[in-house]
Ligand binder design. Structure first.
Ligand code: GCB
Ligand code: CA
Length: 876
């Protein structure tokens, strides 16, 4: 909780140093309407942070409301404030905002991710109550980045809003009142240079004193400066204070993120009256990137390892309170991360404040993603966003990189018009150069970066590899690209060609749907196991290469991307944490690799289903233990299984699970002390043959799949098998694959309408002849699940990195289904009756007498019959 307090440092210092300015949060008592015209609005009460898109980004209807939303509230301004300057501070509004006071427009702001302030002194009425109205618009606008991206552009007043009252002479509120740099810094001595920006809104010239103090953590002043200046009426002036020396500084680092504070005060030179105060944090550190040896902090080599972060959260959209924002940074720290890529846009001020106090280095970027618009307005908006970002976040010791583009050559626009394409590429390069030079001018103390997708040739031809100081590569070999082993080859090749360019892996990762597990993980199956494997491989390869300065995992947590339709529609599942921040296995893998404290964790699901090994009443399954402990002992149900060495953070165990609850315990020694973990795994054992002693209750089978799935009702689904006598399985047909796709597909990635359990329907046995279950006599409930996987909308998605446009035939099939000779489905035509990519379930009661079991017959009338999933339940 320590730095929650420091977030409000500004407020607190107000009391401590008698700050005359007042800042009040006004998140409460708003009225909202999803409407363009105030007169027609149906108002509903809301509190900020707020977005209007929490629900419509999750439904089956493509798209979400992108338009105007109105926010209004009363704004009482005390009579005593006459003569003061009054501002509204918005930490962010997505993406275009206009501010009205008593019906008159006071100002506007373009861009959804920077803070802005609106001067309202001339608009407020000091005698009566005022009305504040904010019109926020998240419509597509070709001149405002981002134009397209793999995340959702939630509309709303989604960050904190404040009312700030200051004296006529005050530190600039419009940008930043205080800029701190350390022109020379080493372990013995630091020079601190402070520049203040002061506004005199009076009609007379004022003589003022500017006093700047550097205080250590205890509040003791370690250095100070004093300056007397004259400030002309109606002007804003920048003053560079005399350089301050701090001897024997306590340095800032991830291990010890020591923060000083720098406070500047304005006093009337004649009366001595305190007019305004501004305080920022300061950390003493120096750094550089070496193209061959990586990153150095305070002259020590540091491998930067961390994640990117999107700002949304389950149930809240992008309207996330500071407390949850800060929780993310704590989770990153707990994992052992020392880096955060604030992607793909500047985020809430509490992000960088937390990184400062927790010792996490960062890069921050503006949202120029995927593509640009070739207009002057687009360019000037980009440049303005970059300048806002740098000025607003200038003082954070955590920030070391300013980035300004992400994968801008992902879609080679104008592929059929080479002349236009040449011009478009030239415009991108020109914009990159302009952004890079603005960045270096605004802030010569930090590095510039662009993040590219893995197409070396395109970025080289356009010159984009040679503009920023650091090149970032977003690499997905083994995910969008077929082979994981292409990853180290790419790194080595680039480094050889550009031996003088520092490089970072600005993104890598794979989707893990926490509901999906596999004992034979493959690319695109969305299993947690595949993703753990990919992370282990990537991380190991990067650690071997000192020239790779940073490993930035994509992403800290799952996030909303409304256009994405995969096993979990609208969600990008590349998070180490789920959308609600529950940890997935890869998070534990990193914790084992990075954590300095003892760490031991039994990974895997806590409910598992599986078929018994031959006729034994056990099922052998692999369990991974993540640890930074050399040797681990594992105990299953009270019996020791043995000891194993941890290799690359993991030990792997083949465990014989029995039906019901199994207790797993692991333990090992770290720095002379024992550490342990314990987990209860509920195993749902399925008979190998129906004649086994195990009582048959239920069987849930995914056809055409090698993965396991837990549905909404916590039912366990297992992969299919070919029919075996005395058991069950399919007869005939083959696994469904997406036609004409060079991605090795795992079923379809379409959103299956009418269900949240998409993985039940995304795979199928195509051309199936029969399904047999040799069940004993009794009454059963049988459910057959179908979905036509061909046809319907095949969307070309902007995040789709390597796949060419896909041509898919329509699904056309008509078939009859018989159960034990009785016709269940007559001329069943799924596409015609229900449409494509729609869940269809057929339930029937079946009485088995004698030893007939259940036999399902599929007979084609036209095309190939299909079955996606099957459930049998024993009745009574
Ligand atoms: C990328 C993009 C990022 C996507 C990610 C993905 O390369 O930069 O915005 O979310 O890939 O998951 O596809
Ligand atoms: Ca905030």
């Amino acid at each position: 909780m320590k730095f929650i307090l420091s977030l409000y440092g500004l407020l607190l210092t107000g009391f401590i140093y008698a700050q005359p300015a007042a800042i009040t949060n006004i998140n409460h008592d708003w009225l909202f309407a999803k409407e363009n015209k105030p007169a027609q609005a149906k108002w509903e009460p809301v509190q900020l942070p707020h977005t209007w898109n929490t629900d419509d980004v999750m439904d089956d209807v493509p798209g979400y409301y992108r338009g105007v939303g109105l926010y209004k509230r009363k704004l009482p301004i005390n009579k005593k404030l006459k003569g003061k300057q009054i501002y509204l501070l918005f930490e962010g509004a997505n993406q275009f905002a206009e501010v009205f006071i008593n019906g008159k427009k006071a100002g506007e702001h373009t861009g959804g991710y920077s803070a802005f302030s609106i001067a309202i002194t001339d608009f407020v009425n000091f005698e009566k109550e005022n009305e504040l109205l904010v019109k926020v618009d998240n419509s597509f606008n070709q001149d405002i980045p981002p134009l397209s991206a793999d995340f959702t552009f939630y509309g709303g007043l989604y960050r904190d809003v404040w009312l700030k009252v200051v004296d006529a002479v005050h530190f600039s509120v419009q940008e930043n009142g205080q800029y701190i740099t350390t022109p020379s810094v080493n372990a013995k001595n630091v020079t601190v240079e402070v520049q203040t920006v002061i506004n005199n809104s009076e009609s007379v010239s004022r003589k003022i004193k500017i006093n700047t103090f550097v205080r250590n953590k205890k509040g003791i002043v370690v250095a100070s400066s004093l300056q007397q200046v004259q400030i002309k009426p109606g002007t804003v002036h920048s003053f560079r204070q005399p350089v301050i020396n701090v001897k024997s500084p306590q340095l800032w680092s991830p291990e010890l993120p020591y923060l000083y504070t720098v406070t500047s005060e304005i006093k009337d030179a004649v009366t001595g009256k305190l007019l305004d105060v501004v305080t920022n944090k300061l950390g003493f550190r120096w750094f550089h990137f070496d193209a061959a040896k990586g990153f150095f902090l305070n002259d020590k080599p540091v491998k930067l390892v961390g994640t990117s972060r999107h700002q949304d959260h389950k149930g809240l959209g992008n309207a996330v309170p500071d407390k949850l924002v800060v929780k993310d940074i704590l989770l990153l720290k707990k994992m052992g991360g020392n880096f955060l890529r604030v992607a793909h846009y500047p985020q809430d001020p509490s992000v960088l404040a937390a990184c400062d106090s927790l010792g996490i280095l960062t890069s921050v970027e503006i949202p120029v993603v995927n593509e640009i618009t070739e207009t002057e307005t687009f360019y000037s908006n980009c440049l303005a966003m970059q300048a806002e970002m740098i000025r607003q976040h200038y003082n954070h010791p955590s920030v070391i990189i300013w980035c300004y583009m992400n994968e801008v050559l992902l879609r080679p626009h104008y592929n059929n018009d080479k002349e236009k394409q040449k011009n478009y590429f030239a415009a991108i390069t020109k914009l990159a150069k302009a952004l890079d030079s603005v960045t270096r001018k605004e802030d010569p103390s930090r590095y510039t970066m662009i993040a590219h997708h893995g197409d070396y040739k395109r970025y080289n031809e356009t010159g984009l590899n040679n503009i920023a100081m650091i090149v970032g590569w977003n690499l997905y070999s083994g995910w969008y690209g077929p082979n994981m082993s292409d990853f180290p080859v790419f790194l080595d090749t680039f480094h050889k060609r550009h031996p003088n360019t520092p490089i970072v892996v600005s993104e890598y990762g794979a989707d893990a749907d926490p509901r999906i597990r596999s004992t034979a993980p493959v690319r695109f199956d969305k299993s947690v196991e595949y993703t753990t494997k990919l992370h282990q491989y990537y991380f190991t390869e990067m650690m071997k290469r000192p020239f790779v300065a940073a490993a930035m995992i994509w992403n800290l947590a799952d996030f909303n991307s409304e256009t994405r339709v995969e096993s979990m529609p609208h969600i990008n599942n590349k998070g180490l944490l789920e959308w609600d921040r529950t940890a997935k296995d890869p998070y534990y893998y990193y914790q084992a690799m990075l954590s300095k404290n003892a760490f031991i964790k039994i990974m895997g699901a806590s409910t598992i289903a599986g078929i018994a090994d031959s006729s034994n009443l056990i099922c052998t399954r692999q369990v991974q233990v993540a640890a930074n402990i050399d040797e681990v002992e594992l105990i299953l149900n009270g019996q020791t299984i043995g000891k194993k060495k941890t290799v690359d953070g993991l030990s792997e165990w083949q465990l014989p699970f029995k039906n019901g609850n199994n207790v797993i315990e692991v333990k090992g020694e770290f720095a002379g002390k024992m550490h342990s973990d314990k987990k209860i795994v509920t195993f749902l054992l399925q008979s190998h043959h129906f004649d086994q002693v195990l009582k048959f209750e239920q069987l849930n089978i995914l056809l055409g799949a090698k993965r396991y799935f837990v549905d909404d009702e916590k039912q366990q689904w297992i992969p299919d098998q070919p029919y075996k006598e005395g058991s069950w399985g399919f007869i005939g047909g083959k696994i469904f694959q997406i036609p004409n796709s060079n991605r090795l597909p795992y079923g379809t990635d379409k959103n299956i309408a009418g269900t949240n359990n998409d993985p039940v329907y995304q795979t199928q046995q195509i051309g199936i002849k029969k399904y047999r279950l040799d069940l004993p006599a009794g009454d059963y409930e049988l459910t057959l699940h179908f979905a036509e996987l061909l046809g319907g909308q095949v969307k070309e998605l902007p995040y789709n990195l390597t796949d060419p446009e896909r041509i898919e035939p329509n699904g056309k099939r008509i078939f009859n289904v018989y159960i034990n000779g009785n016709l269940l489905l007559d001329n069943f035509d799924i596409a015609a009756q229900y449409g494509s990519a729609t869940a269809v379930s057929k339930k029937v009661k079946v009485s088995v007498t004698g030893n007939t079991g259940i036999e399902i017959d599929f007979r084609s009338v036209e095309g190939e019959p299909i079955l996606n999933a099957l459930q049998v339940k024993k009745l009574n």
